[in-house]
Ligand binder design. Sequence first.
Ligand SMILES: Cc1cc2nc3c(=O)[nH]c(=O)nc-3n(C[C@H](O)[C@H](O)[C@H](O)COP(=O)(O)OP(=O)(O)OC[C@H]3O[C@@H](n4cnc5c(N)ncnc54)[C@H](O)[C@@H]3O)c2cc1C
Length: 468
Amino acid sequence: MALITELQGIVGTHHVLQGADLAPFSCDFLGGYAWEPLCVVRPGSTREVAAVMRCMSQAGIAVVPVGGNTGLAGATAAEGMVMLSLARMNKVVEIRPASRVVEVEAGVVLDHLHAAVGVHGLSFPMTFGARGSCMIGGMLSTNAGGSNVVRYGNTRALCMGLEVVLADGRVLDLMNALHKDNSGYDLKDLFIGAEGTLGIITRAVLKLVPAPRAFATAMVAVPGLAEALQLLNRLQEATGRAVEAFEYMPGSFIERHLALHPGARAPFDAPHAVNIMVEIGATAMRDAEPGPDGVVPIVTYLEQVLAGLMEEGAVLDAVIARNEAERAEMWARREAAAEVMISYPHRVDTDIALPLDAVSVFLERMEQVLPQIAPGAKHIEVAHLGDGNIHYSVALAQPDTALAETITERVEDEVKRLGGSFSAEHGIGLSKKSSMARRKDPVALEVMRSIKAALDPDGLMNPGKVLP
Ligand SMILES: Cc1cc2nc3c(=O)[nH]c(=O)nc-3n(C[C@H](O)[C@H](O)[C@H](O)COP(=O)(O)OP(=O)(O)OC[C@H]3O[C@@H](n4cnc5c(N)ncnc54)[C@H](O)[C@@H]3O)c2cc1C
């Protein structure tokens, strides 16, 4: 009670949540983890975050930062701990259109940032299904990826500066908008992807890009993933690397989506095994302005590439979105991925990264491996193919922890053989800690532990996550 009173003194009585108000903070998005936090504290400024952390450090109580709580690795689990929500720190502080940067507080919701910078004809080029609730601090802390990584990189690549409150309440000011700053170690990169285990991100400077003036979006059926890469590379050459999204959905994904959404349309008249959603974005007027015939040049580039590949037999069918509604329909199908996966109640989920030309090798290999270790088990996957990230899941008939571990290990074996990573974009949290113990280079783990000990000697920042 003394701690609660002290926290109320820092942030105000209404901003220390207890009892029934803890419900949204007591489980993760996928429902795989449930916990009871001590309370949720909602500071309104960096100064208040620092005061909370000083108080927690004196009390020796662990803190779990939380943004939108949309993470997919169980990284916000906080049994008996204090959760620190950034939701009140939700200001877009300053947009600087001339230098193409924006300063934000960590609690800004991704959708809100898109709207705020869109007014200036600019874009923060990162998007995924949770954009209506995930927050910038959470995205930085998981180094989130999503569908635009093929063109713009992940959240790390879009971050220029950070402000972080450390475990003892000190404020680390790394807030700059510099493209070059070789003044020693790049400390900000330590906190990006750290999942709240090293400090609390309170503000950031992010890169912006010109918002595309026009998009060409299509569903394309190809004979196999080798032809899909041919399509990607041809489009990159034809458009000057303007591919914004290149997403793979197998026939089984499309079928399941249609079963869950009886009103939805199939992408093609006949079903196909390999379906690609591609989007190209044009920022230059010469590519985006409709010509006298009303046709937008970027759409013509797409049509020309598709026609050429069709003649070569590398494209089987293609449908180009003719208007915003058709484009939205294509995106809605892709962004239903979490829902499609969740519709299988007992799953083994993976989030792997591979060199682009190894994705098909991995999937072919798993066609042989899976029936040997889990006869009859169905697999379903979706991939940000443009950056080599596959979400390969196996649906089990019933929960089976031992089998789940076997499948995970076999996936890891194949991934390792192909030079990939067991963790692409969702982070480690709790769900990938065993993979981390098995697969991460032991020296890398030692270095990580040294960094953790230096920044958080009492182990109060999101303990039990990331490091095995
Ligand atoms: C429908 C859906 C689709 C998704 N699609 C993608 C996708 O395509 N690509 C992708 O990369 N991810 C995807 N995700 C997961 C993604 O990681 C999260 O949605 C997002 O990045 C996390 O933001 P959040 O604010 O919800 O963070 P939270 O879930 O609240 O937190 C995530 C982690 O960050 C830490 N954290 C949060 N805020 C801070 C802070 N200010 N300082 C320090 N640590 C902090 C937490 O302690 C936790 O460890 C998806 C999730 C959903 C639900």
